[in-house]
Design a protein around this ligand. Structure first.
Ligand SMILES: [Zn+2]
Length: 570
C-alpha cells in the first residue's frame, strides 16, 4: 500500500518537476499576493497531502452525496486554512520566505507521513527537537533526499521567481484583510453545510488532521514551543518525595541494581512472552528470572516514556512538560545513599539524569562496538568489570540502551547476531519485504537478550562481594508495517497495541533473595498480572528498601512477595 503510494508520489513528483522547469525558464507572473497564496496552498493540498486524503477518504467516504459534498468542502477548507497561514504574514518578502520554508516542511512531513505513517503531533515535534545527529543520520536516504530536492528545494526557489505587480504596502494589507475575511467566511459556510460530518471527522478521526502538510507540523511545533515558553526556567525544583528512609534488608554487603531501559523492544517479539521465534535463547534457559508478559508503556516515544518511567506520577497524571520541575526516582535513590550512574547509549536521558553521574557512548571511537552512528549496547559493559571490582557503596547503574531503535534495525547488533535471514539492511523499510523487516528487528531483540544475559552473568560473578538485582523495561514498542504503519510515536489513545506492549523482566541474586526474603515463586505467580511503567518507580524503591512520601506499596511489584517489607509511608 505504502510503496504504491510512494510510487504515485514519485510520478506526481516527476510531472511536477517538469512543470517547475518550464516555470523556471519562463518565470511565473501572478496578478497579486493573494494569487500566489492560493497557488501555493492549492499545490500543497493536491501534491503534498496524499496520505491526508487517503486517510480522510478511508475514514469518511461512503457512496452518498453527503460524503462527496463533505470531501469537496474539506478540500476547500484545507486550501483556505493553509492559505491563511501565509496570508497572516504581513509583507511580500515575508510571504516568500514563509512559502519557501513551508515547502521544505511540507516536503519532509509528506515523505514521513506517506512512507512511515508518521503522525505530525506535538510528540513527533518533541522527538524532532530532542533528537541527535546519529538519530537523524539513521533516517537519511536517497529517497528522502530526492523528495526534499524536488518537492522542497525546487518550489522553494521558484517562489522567488514569481513576478508580482508592484503595489503599496497599504494595498497589499487591504487585499490580505479582505482575503482573510473571505477565507474565514468560506470555511464557516463549509463547516456549517456539513456540520454533522465535521463533528464525526474531528471527534472520531483525530489523527487524520496530523497528516496535513505543512499545517500539522507547524501548528504542533508552535504548540510545543508555547508550552515550553510558559515554563519558568528558574522555578525551584518541586520535591514531592520528602524524607527518604532506608527500611530493612540491611547487610554488610553492598547492594547493586542494574536498571536497564530498553529501546523500542515490543513484547510481541519476545520469546519469553510466547513469541514463536527463538529471540531469547540465553534468557529463556534461566529459572531465576521473572518475565512480566502483560506490561504496557507510559508513552509511545522515548521523549515521553523515559521521564515518565522515573516519575512518581502514574501515566494518567504525568505531564511531560512539567516532568523536570519535579525530583524523580534517581533523586530519592541518591538521597538514600546510593551511588547513581546513568550510562547512555541513546539520545540522552531527557532530563532524568540531570543530577547524577553520567556517561555517554554514541560517537565513541571504538571499532569493535561502534562501527555505526550508535554503538552496540555491549559498549556500556566494557569498563564495568573494573568498576564493580572496586565497588564499596550501594549502587544503581542505569543503562539507557539503543536496543531496537529503527529504522536501521540491522545496525543495532554485531554481524554474528544476524540469525534471522535475510534481514532488511536499508533504513527505508518499504524497500524490504515484511519478513526482512521482522528478521532485522528480531535480530536486534536477540542481541538485547545477549546483552541482558551478560549483565546478569556479570552480577552473578560478583555474588560473593555484593547482592544484586536487574530490572529491565522497554520504553515503548514498535510498529513493523502493520496496517502500513512503521516505527512508533502514535498518539497513545490511537496507537497500535504493539507500540504500547513492552517487555519487562526482573532478576535477583541468591544473596538478594535471602536478604529481603523475596519469594521468587510468588513473583512468578504474578508474572501475568497487567502491569505498566506506573509500577517502576515504586518497585525500584521497594526493591532497594527505600521509602519516601510518595512510595505506593500497591504499585510495588515485589511487595506482596517479600517478607522484609519496607513500610508504606501512608
Ligand atoms: Zn524509545
Amino acid at each position: 500500500m505504502n510503496s504504491s503510494r510512494s510510487l504515485t508520489e514519485t510520478r506526481f513528483g516527476a510531472a511536477f518537476y517538469a512543470w517547475l522547469r518550464d516555470r523556471w525558464t519562463a518565470g511565473l507572473a501572478l496578478r497579486s499576493d493573494i494569487a500566489l497564496i492560493l497557488v501555493v496552498s492549492t499545490t500543497w493540498a493536491v501534491l503534498y497531502n496524499l496520505q491526508f486524503w487517503h486517510l480522510s477518504v478511508a475514514a469518511m467516504w461512503h457512496p452518498a452525496p453527503g460524503a462527496a459534498l463533505f470531501l469537496t468542502s474539506l478540500f476547500v477548507v484545507v486550501v483556505c486554512l493553509q492559505a491563511l497561514l501565509l496570508a497572516l504574514v504581513p509583507t511580500r518578502v515575508g510571504l516568500r520566505i514563509a512559502a519557501s520554508a513551508l515547502f521544505l516542511v511540507a516536503a519532509a512531513s509528506s515523505f514521513f507521513a506517506s512512507d512511515y505513517g508518521a503522525v505530525m503531533n506535538t510528540e513527533m515535534m518533541r522527538n524532532l527537537i530532542e533528537t541527535d545527529r546519529a538519530e537523524v543520520g539513521g533516517l537519511m536516504s536517497f529517497d528522502l533526499f530526492a523528495h526534499l530536492l524536488v518537492l522542497g528545494v525546487a518550489p522553494a526557489v521558484l517562489v522567488w521567481r514569481v513576478t508580482l505587480p508592484s503595489s503599496t504596502w497599504r494595498a497589499q494589507l487591504r487585499q490580505r484583510l479582505i482575503f482573510i475575511g473571505c477565507a474565514l467566511a468560506v470555511c464557516a459556510v463549509a463547516l456549517f453545510a456539513c456540520s454533522a460530518n465535521y463533528a464525526v471527522f474531528f471527534r472520531e478521526h483525530k489523527t487524520v488532521r496530523y497528516a496535513l502538510s505543512p499545517a500539522a507540523p507547524v501548528v504542533s511545533l508552535a504548540r510545543l514551543l508555547s508550552a515550553k515558553q510558559k515554563r519558568d526556567p528558574h522555578a525551584p525544583l518541586i520535591d514531592p518525595a520528602g524524607n527518604v528512609q532506608r527500611i530493612g534488608g540491611i547487610s554488610d554487603k553492598p547492594l547493586v541494581l542494574f536498571l536497564v531501559v530498553g529501546e523500542t523492544a515490543r513484547a510481541a517479539n519476545f520469546q519469553l512472552g510466547g513469541y514463536s521465534r527463538a529471540t531469547n535463547p540465553e534468557l529463556t534457559g534461566r529459572t531465576d528470572l521473572v518475565y512480566f508478559d502483560h506490561a504496557t508503556s507510559c508513552g509511545t516515544s522515548t521523549a515521553i516514556s523515559v521521564p515518565c518511567m522515573f516519575s512518581h506520577l502514574p501515566r494518567e497524571h504525568f505531564d511531560v512538560e512539567q516532568a523536570d520541575r519535579y525530583t524523580n526516582l534517581l533523586d530519592s535513590v541518591t538521597k538514600a545513599g546510593f551511588a547513581v550512574e546513568w550510562r547512555d547509549n541513546n539520545a540522552g536521558c531527557k532530563g532524568v539524569c540531570a543530577r547524577v553521574v553520567q556517561a555517554a557512548y554514541p560517537g565513541k571511537s571504538d571499532p569493535v562496538h561502534c562501527p555505526n552512528s550508535y554503538c552496540y549496547d555491549e559498549v556500556m559493559l566494557t569498563d564495568l568489570d573494573a568498576r564493580l571490582e572496586h565497588l564499596q557503596q550501594d549502587t544503581v547503574v542505569i543503562f539507557h540502551t539503543i536496543g531496537s531503535h529503527g529504522p536501521a534495525y540491522s545496525e543495532r547488533y554485531p554481524p554474528q547476531f544476524e540469525v534471522f535471514k535475510p534481514a532488511c539492511r536499508s533504513n527505508e523499510l518499504q524497500r524490504c519485504t515484511a519478513q526482512e523487516v521482522v528478521n532485522a528487528y528480531d535480530n536486534s531483540i536477540l542481541y538485547t537478550d545477549h546483552v541482558l544475559a551478560k549483565q546478569i552473568d556479570l552480577l552473578q560473578a560478583n555474588a560473593s562481594r555484593f547482592d544484586s538485582l536487574l530490572l529491565y523495561a522497554s520504553d515503548h514498542g514498535e510498529s513493523l508495517g502493520e496496517q502500513g504503519i512503521y516505527l512508533h510515536g502514535m498518539p497513545y489513545a490511537f496507537a497500535q497495541r504493539v507500540q504500547k506492549e513492552v517487555p519487562m523482566l526482573f532478576w535477583a541474586s541468591q544473596g538478594y533473595v535471602e536478604r529481603t526474603g523475596l519469594n521468587m515463586s510468588c513473583l512468578k505467580a504474578h508474572a501475568h498480572d497487567a502491569i505498566s511503567h506506573d509500577n517502576l518507580y515504586h518497585t525500584v524503591l521497594g526493591a532497594l528498601a527505600v521509602s519516601n512520601a510518595v512510595y505506593d506499596r500497591g504499585l510495588d511489584l515485589l511487595a506482596q512477595c517479600r517478607s522484609a517489607l519496607p513500610a508504606s509511608h501512608e
